[in-house]
Structure formats: C-alpha cells, structure tokens
Ligand binder design. Structure first.
Ligand code: ARG
Length: 254
C-alpha cells in the first residue's frame, strides 16, 4: 500500500527545535511568488555578510526576489530579514547531476549572530567516517507528497554517515565531493526532504557543532537504502575562502 498517509509516516522523523539559541546560524531563503515571499530552503550564516546554501536553491532566481530570514525556530516569526546583494554559485555547479551543489549568498547588512564553524582539514578523519552521528536541521516537508504543507517549526534529526556500498545509488552518481547520511530510529527511517535543501549537516566536536555538509538531494525521502546526499563542505574550503576572504578554519581550539 503506497497511499500518501503511508509515505508520510516514515519520512524525516526527528524532533522539533524550540530553543532559539540552539542553532543561531540556521537561516532560510524566501522567494517572491505571486506578490508574497514564500519559504523555499535552508541556509546557514558563516560570517561577515555571507550565508552558505545549496546551489540548486538559488539558480535562475533574480536576487530582487530573494530574502534571507532568520532568528527564530518558528518559520512564521523570523525577526531578521536581509536582502540579497549577490549570489556566488560554484562555477562547476551542474544542475543535472547536482555536482558542486554549493552557493554563497551575500546580504545587504551586517549579521550580528554567531556564525557556524566550518569543518577543517584536521577534522576530516573524524567527521566523515562511516557511522559517525551527525545532525541535520531543516524547516522542510515531513512528507514526500506535495500536498503536505511545509513544517512551520525547525526540526532536527540525527543521522549516520553511510558508505555508498550500503545504498542502492549507482556509484557514478555519488562523487567524492558528496557524502551520504541516513538512519533508522525506533524502526523508522529518518531523512531530510524537500525544503530542507541548503540546510546544514553538523558534526559534534567536544560539544560544539561544526558544519560538514549541505542538504543537496536524495531519491525520494526516507526510502530504504536511499539515504540523503550531502555536499561535502570540506572539499570546498578553498573556494569559500576565495569569496569570503576570511580564515574559514576557525576551529583550532578543538
Ligand atoms: N533536493 C530536495 C530539495 O530541493 C531535497 C533534498 C534532500 N532529500 C533527501 N531525501 N535527503 O529540497
């Protein structure tokens, strides 16, 4: 039986986030759509006036029709709004294969929020190891069906880094600049889904969250042996540095 209800029951899972201070860098992208700004996808504040997101969340969009909003866990009450002055899409982004699915959004004013820490080379062996527990945040749908409304509140879910061999994806689809993460909690498959795109995948280092991935794609949501596919942030540190002009690796206290 593959009714909508059946699909909905096994997607995403995880729990709601109610503390504003838990993930202050979590941001959202909104687009003007029939005279109204609508929530589209996730993003995260990385410092100065820059936000990181997935390239597929920004393509072919006029910056005058975009907003970045943040500052609460309730999608309807986000107090901070920024206009977009520039979108830096990765030069090798391929919208068909979703290779290099990463973009940097530059906004019009200073963002007085603590940025997320970006993964650093010395954390590679720890954070991207198979079995490591990571956290994904999003405001996305909790159902693969388009009839479901977007969730109004931020959610979090714990996933594990998975090897390609344990998935049903064809090897050629998953590049070394991507990684997989999925999990089964209380017998239910958990996953990110539509609308979570562009949001963060975080690794915990000594109690602090470090950004290691960007929600990029997946074959459906919450399907067996088809975990979510994430942009591997560590592969793009030189590119991020070339645009943001700051150190990027600010984790040296770890
Ligand atoms: N690419 C989709 C989006 O634009 C969802 C990505 C995540 N999918 C997944 N099954 N983990 O929102």
């Amino acid at each position: 039986m593959n009714t909508v209800k059946d699909i909905c029951r096994r997607i995403v899972g995880g729990g709601y986030v109610y503390s504003k201070n838990a993930y202050p860098y979590m941001a959202t992208i909104w687009y003007l759509d029939s005279e109204e700004f609508k929530f589209k996808s996730g993003a995260m504040y990385i410092g100065k006036r820059y936000f990181l997101t997935a390239a597929h969340c920004t393509r072919k969009k006029d910056i005058r029709m975009m907003l970045v909003r943040m500052g609460d866990t309730n999608l309807k009450k986000l107090p901070k709004t920024y206009r977009v002055v520039k979108v830096h899409t990765h030069p090798n982004f391929n919208s068909n294969t979703l290779h290099n699915d990463i973009a940097i959004i530059e906004v019009d004013k200073d963002v007085n929020v603590e940025p997320v820490r970006l993964v650093c080379e010395h954390l590679r062996d720890f954070c991207y190891n198979f079995g490591v527990i990571v956290k994904v945040l999003g405001f996305g749908k909790d159902c693969a069906s388009s009839t479901q409304q977007y969730l109004m509140n931020m959610k979090e879910v714990d996933l594990k880094i998975k090897p390609i061999e344990e998935s049903r994806y064809h090897r050629s689809l998953i590049t070394s600049e991507m990684f997989l993460a999925g999990n089964i909690i209380d017998g239910k498959i958990v996953d990110a889904c539509t609308g979570d795109s562009g949001g963060p995948c975080l690794c915990n280092i000594k109690g602090k969250w470090v950004l290691i991935g960007i929600v990029s794609w997946g074959s459906g949501c919450g399907k067996k042996d088809l975990p979510g596919v994430y942009t591997k942030v560590i592969s793009f540190l030189p590119w991020i540095r070339s645009i943001c002009k700051f150190g990027v690796c600010n984790n040296h206290d770890f």
